[in-house]
Write a protein of this length. Sequence first.
Lengths: 112, 906
Amino acid sequence: MTKRDYLGEFEQLVLLAVMRLGPESYGVTIREEIEVRSGRDVSLGAIYPTLDRLEQKGYVKSFTGEPTGERGGRSKRHFVLQPPGEEALRRSWEMLTSLWDGYEPEPQRGTK
Amino acid sequence: MTAANGKPRHKGENAPRLTRTQAWLLRTVPAAHREHLVGDLLEEYQRRGFASRNARTKRRWFRREIVRAIVANLTTRARHRLTRPRRRRKLPSTSNGRGNLMESTIQDLRLALRAFVRNPGVAAVIVVTLALGIGANTAIFSVLNTVLLKPLPFPELDRLVTVWTPQQGYTRNPLCDADWIDLRDGSKSFEYWGPYLPESFNLSGDEVPERVRGVSVTPGVLRALGTVPSQGHLFTQSDMQDPSRGTVLVSERLWKTRYASDPDFVGRVIRIDGAGRTVIGILPEDFRFPGRQSLREPEVLLPLYLDETDLERGSYFLSVLGRLREDVPIEAARIELGTIAARLEEAYPETNRDRIVEVFRLKDEVLGDSESRVWTLLGITGIVLLIACTNVASVLLARNAARGAEMAVRVSMGAGRGRLVRQLLTESLVFSVVGGTAGLLLAWWGIGLLRGTTAANLPRIAEVQIDMAVVLFTYGVALLTGVLFGILPALTTSRTNLTVGLGRQSRTVASTRSQSRFLGMLIVGQFALTFVLANAAGLLVRSLWNVTDSRELHQPGKALLAGYLTPREESDEILTPDPFLDRLLERLKDMPGVVSTGATSRLPLLGGWTAGVLSDCQEYDSNADRGYVNVICATPGYIDAIGMTILQGRDLANQDLDAGNPGVLVNRSLASSLWSGENPIGRRIRANSPSPWFEASVVGVVDDVKQEGLERPVNASMIIPFFPPFQADRWVVLRTEGDPKTLVAGLREQLALLDPHLPLTRVLTGTELYDLLAEDRRFTTRVIGLFALVALCLVTAGTYGVMAFLVRRRTHELGIRAALGAGQTAVMGMVITKSLYLAGAGILIGLLGAFLTSSVLGNLLFGVSPLDPMFLSGATMFMLVLATGAAAIPAIRAVRIDPVEVMRAD
């Protein structure tokens, strides 16, 4: 039953953040990006296993950066979006738009 | 990964550092990203707009984030694991379970865990139920483990025995010194033996005076016990022969605490009861001295001096213990000592008539009735566990009934019945292991409470702990319960009917008649067990009430009782006053808030010495069995201060202290036994002896007050105004206007002014005296009451669960009934009747159980029969109310079934 794998919602958020951040993507920035854009305060503890999983699927690649004093001498782990990741994001987007086709999402009440 | 090496030292001055716990908890995060995660958090910590805020807010943020990350990491990974891509997993039903046991077991475990996570409500109910049941058993087993299973700290325990001379219902009656010497000289059964005397002593000198427990022993006692001192040496014969050569052995604890582990302690002189004694040795840390139903920890051991030139037959005070010779069985020793006793009876008929000598095993002495009490408790917790098991079994059955479809799918994919049973059993074992772990925690907490109580009256209760044996027991019990509550649900569930399972009904519930019958049986069993427990708890509460309610003293809460001990003097004079006590009372009388003062040698309920007495119309007769009376020493004023009532005549007065014609009080029982119907005032009373040691006039009669304990009948007693030298106990009693405890400091002050070396042994109010004596019973009542309460909760939850299940299963039928015009009351009645029917059957079996356990329960009760009809009917009513209550919500739900919806579902 090896059908095409669809991204989970959280996986999508993380993957989109990695895409948007480009070379600047690591734990702190990914979390910040998700918080700023979606308003969701997510924990790093949830982000890392998700990225692990995405890496296992070949959607992202990671490498270890330089340690800095600000980080108590600990190194960063940078993430880079890979072509299969881009492909998965595209598939998700297509699926959503085709499902929304012909409908306008109702504007949220109470927004400006 | 190159991160580890060449880390620049971190410079942030106020950056938080990980605590040990945090670092330890972070180990749950895979090593691959632990480092990065912490780095990220530190970076954010530095960056976030915290600069202006105070350090505490920042640190709190950091702490919270660490915890959040750990939790989120665990949950995210758990979720990923459960939603792992399909292709990696084989359907469990396809393997036949033969070739790859390991793999299929792992599959079962995974399925079980998933069932656990998917249905957390049911899982929580099951785990809590099991935790209660297993926890109770673990706690009581840990007591059993320490109290009964761990060997007593004496080598070759089987050869250790105690020797007593049973008299008048007291099996463990001490020996007199003359008899002991005759036994010692006549017996060849013992390797070592000797008399001892548990006492307490005033320790004074360098520091505040202190009251310490001790034992006066002969060398034979310590040799018999196998004591080896950690420093110095034990007593020798020369210590025994010369009382002026004061020597003492000191406990390790006392040496460390009071004498700061003085390295030159052996050889030092310390003051005991006002006299200097040379320390000749220090006892090992684990030294214990056997006591009745306890292991004492004496602080000092003194040599017991027996003056063999001045022996007396008739004054019984020596306890004797010894080690039998290797080739002598206890029966042989019994026979030998019995023969000597018979010889003594012949030689001294005056004193030794019917005086037998009995040998007991030391083990039985130390354990007393704790063995039966602990087993009773374990039996009760066993019942609670059985209830828990049946409860969980019914929950599982109800839940599994809803899984008919799942089972049918498995079977159709080729899973054998054995495979399904194994999977379901694995599920219940997972529950039992989790429940067992929770139970272990619960027991750990409970044991803390148990250890804190002195009320349990069990030897070594303070040493109870969770060790390997307890852990093994817990998981053993957990696995056993897992099988017990899991096997029947597994067997019934796995008997899947494919057409039913896969057919239409699988949408609702697939259950068979046998299942609901089995559920009903489980409920009946629970009611039966709970009935027995509830009845027992009710009776125990009633007994406690019986014991504590009868307070014979007037306003005991207004009486302050303070004890001390007078130094012993060697004197045979019995009619001696106590001038020190008089001086003390004189001082206390004038303290503000004191209404009246008095003193006694023995407080009510605490026992006392006994003597035989004769009235003026009785003649001495060595063959007559006249019985004994309690003799209580008291000062004038004591009767009023303690709160006793004078029925006739007057209180003791100073003129009664005339040794030539003393005045005494008698209690109502003694007055009626000596002068039934006549006026006792002014009558003469004397010792039951050919040459009476006293003769006195009765000046008053006081109302009966229990002297031997709360649960023993009132004894005849006599109150004399003298304090014979062998009565070292003194209790000062102050009746106060307000709270008696406010006078304690003043009392100590006055005592110190008279004698700075005299410590108070104990200070308590009259109410506390009663509480103290009821403590043991209150403890048992609380424990059993608690278990009964747990059982009640379980049976209510269980009944509710099963009734709800049955209603759900019969939704269809009930809907049709409603459609055909069945009234609401009829439907409700049906459900509640069913519940009452189950409860009724349970109560009948429970009645049988109550009859069967009545002899065991009877031992724990006071003033109420184990088969009291009031309590049996009370428990019956209670069970019926409970059954109705538990069925009420399912019944209401049954009424609300909408027939239209039922029809549409078809």
